[in-house]
Design a protein around this ligand. Sequence first.
Ligand SMILES: O=C(O)C(=O)C[C@]1(C(=O)O)C=C[C@@H](O)C=C1
Length: 304
Amino acid sequence: MLGYFGPAGTFTHQALQTVTQDEARPYPTVPAALDAVRTGEVEAALVPIENSVEGGVSATLDALADGERLMIIREVLLPVQFGLYVRPGTDLADVRRVLTHPHAAAQTRGWLAANVPQATVTEGGSTAAAAAEVANPGSQWDAAVCAAVAGEMYGLVPAASGIADNEAAVTRFVLVGHQGAPSERTGADKTTLVAYMHENRPGALLEILQQFSLRGVDLCRIESRPTKTQLGSYCFSIDAEGHVLDERMGEALRGLHRVCQDVVFLGSYPRADEVPAEVPYGASDGEYRLATDWLGTLRATGRD
Ligand SMILES: O=C(O)C(=O)C[C@]1(C(=O)O)C=C[C@@H](O)C=C1
């Protein structure tokens, strides 16, 4: 059984339905969904990790970095569109209190300010949980920012549709399972990790970046997250193009291990867009192996 950030009707639920129709178990928060994987209640869980407008989902980045180790098995991309959903009979002009997920609030901030300037927006739970709450006849909330699927599922009607400030927004979700052998290498892969520096000193971040750039590995995402030990202490959450089985990625990880205090490997898995990695000159597996063989001969015989 799979788990997901729920309840039914969240964008995460919709993303899950693009990969399986099997019954799955909803969890009210991302940490709860990931803990259910840790306890074995579910085999794996789908959670949001990044949005093209709002950036990384901190709850997910932190829950993956902390606690018993988990691994990303695959990723799913979903275009996200929002509507303002109300109980039947409520007009846009009557909307005073709006409830939604923080990422959804951020992606509709401009529209809400322009079209319901009288409303206050409260962030919490998920978009679908907000719809379920608004559906309550005695609810203190007048409207939810959510997907059409969620609005309809909980018996609400749209006071407005297509309210995203950026219509091309896409959210990326990851299916997270137990630590184990990484997913198979496809040639169009991503690797996710968290790098902890030894100490805060000049050039430490540059040193981390150099491990990738020297080996021709492109980064798709890098974000600093607090280590939560003290103010000003940060680690780096990174998505890099390629698989841990790629020679250049292996070299980059070896380099990171030498210069970092800790490197948390969170998986190598196929890219949802299936775009193959661009391997720069001198960075292919064949070229790495030739160089290793050459050095081996040199060391053994002195001949190049
Ligand atoms: O609340 C939901 O529906 C979610 O699936 C979460 C989430 C997010 O965390 O980014 C997913 C997609 C949207 O960007 C807004 C909210």
